[in-house]
Design a protein around this ligand. Structure first.
Ligand code: NAP
Length: 253
C-alpha cells in the first residue's frame, strides 16, 4: 500500500483553543501545517515541540478579515510549505448580547471574522487546490447554529457557514475538492470563560450545569474536534462533502 501524500494545511485562529488542537493533530498526522492568527506568540512553545518531533509547522500573523493580509498569508504558506490544499477556517469571535441591545459593531464583528474571513481565505486557497485537483475545506461552525438566546449574531454567522460549505461542495466537487462544516458543542477553551462570565457563573459552575445537558456527560476538548477535522482533512473522506457534522457529545440544546 502506498503512503498517503504529505499535504499542506492552513488552520486559521490556530494559536489557541480548538485551532491549536487542530494544528497539533494535523502535524502529528504528517501534514505540513501553518497556523494563522492575530497573535501567534502563544503558539511558540507548542510549535517548537511539534518541530522537535519532526513536524513541519509554522505560524503566521494575519487578520483573516483583511483582504490583503489573507491573500499574502496564503501565498506565503505556499512558498514555505507547498500548496495549501487543506483549509480549516476556525478563527472566531463571540460578542454575546441580547438582540434588542446588540450594537451594530457586535453584529458586524462576528460576521466579519466568521463569514468574510472564511470567504477571503477560501477564495485565496482554491487556486492551489484546483491546481492539485484535490482539496479539503473545513469550517468550524457551532451547535449554536441551531439557535441560542443572546447569540443571534454568532448563530446567524455559523448558520451562514452551513450554506457556504454546501454551495462550495456543489461548485468545487468536480475538482476533487470537498467542503464540510464541523459543529462543536461545549469545548473548554478561552471562549468558555467568556460564556461563563456572561451567565454570571464561575467556570466550574458553568461546566457543571452545562454538562448535565450533554448526553455523554462531559464537556468537549479541542482534541475531540481535531479528531474529526483530521478525518475530513485526510485521504479517506473524499465522498463526504457538503455536510454539517456535530461534535457535541450527543444532541442537546
Ligand atoms: P478561542 O480560544 O478564542 O480561539 C479563537 C482564535 O481565533 C484566537 O486565537 C483568536 O485570536 C483568533 N482570531 C479571532 N479573530 C481573528 C482574525 N480576524 N484573524 C485571525 N485570527 C483570529 O476560541 P475557540 O473556542 O478555540 O474557538 C475556535 C472556533 O470554534 C471558533 O470559530 C468558535 O466559534 C468555534 N466554536 C467554539 C466552541 C467552544 O465551546 N469553545 C464551540 C463551538 C464552536 P485572538 O485571541 O488574538 O483574538
Amino acid at each position: 500500500m502506498s503512503a498517503a501524500p504529505s499535504r499542506t494545511a492552513i488552520v486559521t485562529g490556530g494559536a489557541r483553543g480548538i485551532g491549536a488542537g487542530i494544528v497539533a493533530r494535523l502535524a502529528r498526522n504528517g501534514m505540513s501545517v501553518a497556523a494563522i492568527d492575530l497573535d501567534v506568540d502563544a503558539l511558540t512553545d507548542s510549535l517548537e515541540r511539534l518541530r522537535a518531533g519532526g513536524a513541519k509547522a509554522i505560524a503566521l500573523k494575519a487578520d483573516v478579515t483583511d483582504e490583503c493580509a489573507a491573500r499574502n498569508a496564503v501565498s506565503e504558506v505556499a512558498q514555505r510549505l507547498g500548496p495549501p490544499v487543506i483549509l480549516v477556517n476556525n478563527a472566531g469571535v463571540a460578542r454575546d448580547v441580547d438582540l434588542e441591545i446588540m450594537a451594530i459593531e457586535d453584529w458586524d464583528a462576528v460576521h466579519r471574522v466568521h463569514l468574510r474571513g472564511a470567504f477571503l481565505m477560501t477564495q485565496a486557497a482554491i487556486p492551489f487546490m484546483r491546481a492539485e485537483k484535490w482539496g479539503r475545506i473545513i469550517q468550524i461552525s457551532s451547535i449554536s447554529a441551531q439557535g441560542h438566546a443572546g447569540r443571534a449574531n454568532y448563530c446567524a454567522a455559523k448558520s451562514g457557514m452551513h450554506g457556504f460549505v454546501k454551495s462550495l461542495a456543489i461548485e468545487l466537487g468536480m475538482h476533487g475538492i470537498t467542503a464540510n462544516a464541523v459543529a462543536p458543542g461545549l469545548i473548554v477553551t478561552r471562549m468558555t470563560d467568556a460564556t461563563a462570565a456572561r451567565r454570571g457563573l464561575s467556570l466550574h459552575e458553568h461546566l457543571a450545569d452545562a454538562t448535565l445537558r450533554i448526553p455523554v456527560r462531559r464537556p468537549g476538548k479541542p482534541e475531540d474536534v481535531a479528531a474529526l477535522v483530521a478525518f475530513l482533512a485526510g485521504e479517506e473522506s473524499g465522498f463526504v462533502s457538503g455536510q454539517v457534522i456535530y461534535v457535541a457529545g450527543g444532541p442537546h440544546d
